[in-house]
Design a protein around this ligand. Structure first.
Ligand code: NAP
Length: 510
């Protein structure tokens, strides 16, 4: 009785969608479906396969708390292991039968009368659901190319870091890598030895620190298998070490001076040439942009066949790149390690809430959500890693797991109280975001003197969480029904106002 009509549609089968589904199952809820645009699960860890790709958060922590993996081969696992881990989780918890592959959400609209969402899909079908959970990568899923004159005229091979073409041989080629962010810093050392020549185009020098990576021995793996509590202990230790670093992000950015000095010493020890060192010296507070972990980036830049170019790209021609100083470098390949749509991001797909208002319209002036999860005017709609959930110091899986708990509790509340819909109160959302922005004003992202994707063009921080991750965990432990408008079903067990039969489980209706 309790779950009449409370059917759930999850969009996206990455870390967010799979984890959400597992947590629902564990809570005894299994009337959900996941739609996934690709033919394989994995999200960002499926799409990003560039050479050298690995996690930059220790894997004991960059994994679900309920499914430790004793088999990680390294402290920072490579992409193929992370993808295999996610597939293992989907299989172990019986999630795969719930996934409809090759199905993208193309639109969604909320019907106030029935309290249900109608979601259209790329194959022309329509799905009906009480609750929609978007796990489709609000940020970091849509590749961005730089707005450089002539880019479309280039006649050689171009690829984005997130769409690597493994069939294209780089051997002996002259390769341009545009960007020196978290992706580029992994790509450059991985391909430097096999390309003919490489020009790395840097716009802003980043803070680089040593990566404390190492192999996890077979003995350690066996120990973790035998005693899972030891791996949990390692996880907790890593969590608290990283959490301590949040102080320099969200409490007092000047404290990061200590890490800056260590990073500058690392640069000095790693790079002999003072001119190259000067080019690589950052001029903003550490943490303002993502801190990069690498033991190989500086050595790669000092190879005979590698050049760091910091003059800025003026133009791309048919077979070359011209910098602002007028120098032209012929290239065969351009690798764009230039990141993703983020703070200016649009809704994951076109969504119409109460009164037919588009989420894009509601977010036109400012992208915001309550707890990064719910949006006034969009009942029964939950975002995983929505606005202001991002971190500079720890694992995003931790943030997702907080949201899983919140959303599961919301759905359980809906079922227990026979609710047709839950919608965060506008006033609650407004107050929450006012406080959030006030706190963000003192953080390293807002104060650190850099231009980053954490901020919109107008300087608003729509991506970062302004506190410790345990604060977020505490705030999302329970669904705070008092912050929501609750609409009840009628006495007959149907959503109030609905005169037809009780809604069935998710099913194609067109
Ligand atoms: P990103 O951090 O946005 O970096 C993009 C890079 O491209 C920056 O260095 C940027 O320079 C540069 N760029 C943009 N336009 C340019 C131009 N016209 N000329 C020269 N350079 C230009 O993107 P990303 O490296 O792909 O990383 C995105 C995020 O993905 C990371 O912050 C991280 O959260 C995640 N990531 C994680 C891992 C992991 O190991 N877990 C690995 C890779 C990525 P400016 O600094 O001047 O803007």
């Amino acid at each position: 009785m309790g779950n009449t009509g409370n059917d759930i549609l999850i969009v996206g089968a990455g870390f967010a969608g799979i984890g959400m589904a597992i947590r629902l199952k564990q809570a005894g809820i299994d009337d959900f479906v996941i739609i996934e645009r690709a033919d394989r699960l994995g999200g960002t860890w499926r799409d990003n396969t560039y050479p050298g790709i690995a996690c930059d958060i220790p894997s004991h922590l960059y994994s679900y708390s309920f499914e430790p993996n004793p088999g990680w081969s390294r402290f920072f696992a490579p992409q193929d292991e992370i993808l295999a881990y996610l597939e293992h989780c989907a299989d172990k918890y019986g999630i795969r039968p719930h996934i409809r592959f090759g199905t993208s959400a193309t639109g969604g609209s909320f019907d106030e009368r029935t309290g249900k969402w109608t979601v259209t899909t790329g194959d022309g079908k329509t799905l009906s659901a009480r609750v929609v959970v978007s796990g489709s990568g609000h940020a970091l899923s849509k590749p961005v190319f730089p707005d450089v004159p002539g880019r479309e005229k280039f006649q050689g091979k171009s690829m984005h870091s997130a769409r690597w073409d493994h069939d294209y041989p780089l051997e002996g080629k002259t390769v341009a890598v545009v960007g020196t962010g978290a992706s580029a810093i992994q790509i450059v050392p991985s391909i430097a030895a096999r390309v003919g020549k490489m020009h790395v185009f840097q716009r802003t020098a980043a803070w680089v620190v040593p990566k404390p990576d190492r192999e996890i021995t077979a003995r350690e793996q066996a120990m973790f298998r035998k005693r899972p509590q030891l791996q949990m202990l390692a996880r907790r230790g890593i969590y608290w070490i990283l959490e301590a670093m949040a102080v320099g992000y969200v409490v007092e950015p000047r404290l990061n001076r200590i890490r800056e000095l260590r990073s500058l010493r690392f640069l000095e020890q790693s790079v002999r040439d003072p001119a190259l060192r000067a080019k690589l010296t950052p001029h903003f507070r550490l943490g303002c942009k993502r801190v990069l972990f690498s033991n190989e980036f500086y050595p790669a830049l000092q190879r005979e066949n590698v050049e760091l170019v910091s003059e800025g790209i003026a133009e791309i021609k048919e077979r070359s790149i011209v910098t602002r100083d007028g120098k032209e470098r012929p290239v065969d390949v351009i690798v764009y390690a230039t990141g993703f749509e983020t703070s200016e991001a649009k809704p994951p797909f076109p969504i119409l809430g109460r009164g037919g208002v588009a989420l894009a319209e509601a977010w036109r002036d400012s992208i915001e959500a309550y707890l990064g999860t719910t949006v006034p005017g969009f009942p029964n709609f939950f975002l995983i890693l929505g606005p202001n959930c991002g971190l500079g110091h720890s694992s995003m899986i931790f943030m997702m797991e907080s949201q899983f708990a919140y959303i599961v509790d919301a759905i359980k509340t809906m079922r227990a109280k026979r609710l047709k819909s839950v919608e965060v109160r506008r006033e609650v959302g407004r107050r929450y975001n006012e406080k959030l922005q006030k706190r963000l004003a003192g953080t390293v992202w807002n104060q650190g003197g850099c231009a980053s994707w954490y901020l919109t063009k107008s300087g608003k921080n729509t991506t970062a969480w302004p506190g410790f991750t345990f604060e977020y965990r505490l705030r999302t432990r329970r669904f705070d029904a008092g912050s929501y408008e609750l609409a009840r079903e009628d006495a007959a067990g149907r959503p109030a106002g609905l005169s037809g039969a009780a809604p069935a489980k998710i099913r194609p209706v067109a």
